[in-house]
Structures are given as C-alpha cells and as structure tokens.
Design a protein around this ligand. Structure first.
Ligand SMILES: [Zn+2]
Ligand SMILES: [Zn+2]
Length: 273
C-alpha cells in the first residue's frame, strides 16, 4: 500500500485494516508496519486513515450483532494505533424498518455502543463518524442528526468525516459553487467544522436527494468540477485537511486521473480565471 501511495503521489492515504465485508482480522506483521511507516514518513504522506468494515451497525436491535460491531470497532481502533494511523472512520448504522422516522431509540443505541467502544479502547486514535446518503434507513445523513451524536462525546475522542457523494445523495447540492459555502456553514452550525478531520472526495452517479450512493470519478458525476473546485478550496476547513478519494477503479489509470484532477482544482480560482 505504502509503495503504491508513493508511486501515485498521494499526500494522505486510507486503508481497511481487515476485510471490509467480514471475517476475522489477519494479525499485523510488525516488520511490515515498520517498513510502511518509514515509507509514509519519508514521503510525508499523512495522516494514515483506517476505514472500519461496512457491516458495522452500532444501531442494530439484534444485541449479538450490535456487540460484534462494538468489538470490531474497538479492535480496529487498536489496530489503527499499531499501524500509526490517526483516525478510524466508521459508518454509524441503520434503523430497523419497524422503527418510527424520528429514530430517537436508534440514536440511543448508537450512543450506548459508542460509549462501549470508547471504554474498550482508550488510546489516542480518534474515531470519526461519517455522514451517509440515507440509503436503507442509514443514520447520520442530516447534519442535525450527525451533530446530535458527535456532541455527546469528548472532542478529542470522536470527530467526523464528510463524504461529498453521501451529502449529495441526501440532498445537499454541492454541485452549485454558491451553495457550497452555505452547506459547510450549516455543517458548522449543526456538527461543527472543528469536529471535521477527513473529507471523502467522491463524485456521485446518483441524483441529488436520491438517498443512494454510487461513487463517480471526480467531475464526472452530479457534483461536477465546479462543485469540487469550491469544495477543495473551501477556506473554512482546518489547515491540511486530508482528502481521500474512493472513486471507481475501472481503468488502469483511474486513480492517477482522479488525483491529477483534484490537484489541478486545488488553489485554482473559479471557472479557470
Ligand atoms: Zn465510508
Ligand atoms: Zn460512499
């Protein structure tokens, strides 16, 4: 991974520490970790971000599934620390179909789950809750809801990750450069830009407000180039905000192309002027 990141010219990197779909995690090899850390450091690639597996559902009404999610998340935080990562990004989970729309009980279960995770892991790696597109009764799509969750926990232990494709899927129109400022102001009001540690830069194959999430190449989806230009140059973020792409790998140069696109947009003024 580190060699690939160097070759691609990455400035930050996100990985899974285990299969995102399930199964037991492979033990980490200390020699391998040392070599990886050395390469990342030599090329100033930071931070290293770990994405938790997709099956995690901190809101599950099935107690066995919920406690497994808690266990895996705590384990991923421990593995992240061993890997030298600063953050673990997780999806929150989803409501049961029988639950009312307010989702108060589901949020209570999430808070209880997160308290257990933070009890099981007390190290320096920060847990980041990611906004979602709202597909399949997912929690944490509306900024108000994400804010309700993140504010329960100490700032130094729990923060947020903002995915552009997920926000667009929920209905935040990031394609309009004039609305980008408004959207991040709303994020600041409800969630807090000071909680934001990582941005996932993905364009969307699905339409605005579709509540569906399928990633597209940067500039080739609903958000488009002008939307991304406004996003990557937004002045309200913390300095050195890590931007991670989870774009399709459908051509041999897809990653290089997307990286080149984002780097070209950075510090470029509106409409190429
Ligand atoms: Zn994610
Ligand atoms: Zn996504």
């Amino acid at each position: 991974m580190a060699k690939t990141a160097v070759k691609l010219g990455c400035e930050t990197v996100q990985i899974f520490s285990r299969s995102p779909r399930g199964g037991k995690a492979k033990p980490l090899d200390p020699d391998d970790i040392a070599k990886m850390k050395q390469l990342l450091k030599a090329h100033d690639i930071r931070p290293l971000v770990i994405h938790a597996p997709y099956f995690i559902n901190l809101a599950s009404i099935d107690e066995a599934k919920r406690s497994y999610s808690i266990e895996v998340l705590a384990e991923d935080l421990t593995r992240a620390e061993a890997l030298g990562a600063g953050f673990v990004v997780t999806h929150i989970g989803h409501k049961h179909p029988d639950e009312p729309d307010g989702g108060g009980q589901a949020l209570c279960r999430v808070i209880d789950s997160l308290n257990q995770v933070l009890e099981a892991y007390s190290g320096p790696v920060k847990l980041l809750l990611e906004n979602t597109a709202g597909q399949g009764r997912e929690l944490g799509s509306a900024f108000e809801e994400l804010g309700k969750l993140v504010h329960v926990f100490p700032r130094e232990r729990v923060g947020t990750c903002f995915d552009t494709s997920h926000a667009f899927g929920w209905g935040y129109d990031l394609s309009d450069p004039d609305k980008v400022d408004q959207i991040f102001r709303a994020y600041d009001k409800h969630v807090g830009l000071d909680t934001l540690e990582v941005i996932h830069l993905n364009d969307s194959k699905m339409s605005l407000g579709s509540r569906r999430d399928r990633h597209a190449h940067i500039g080739q989806g609903g958000i488009g180039l002008e939307g991304f230009r406004a996003i990557v140059n937004y002045p309200g973020f913390k300095p050195d905000m890590p931007g991670i792409m989870e774009t399709p790998k459908d051509t041999p140069t897809a990653d290089e192309d997307n990286l080149a696109t984002v780097k070209a947009l950075r510090n470029s003024s509106k409409h190429g002027k």
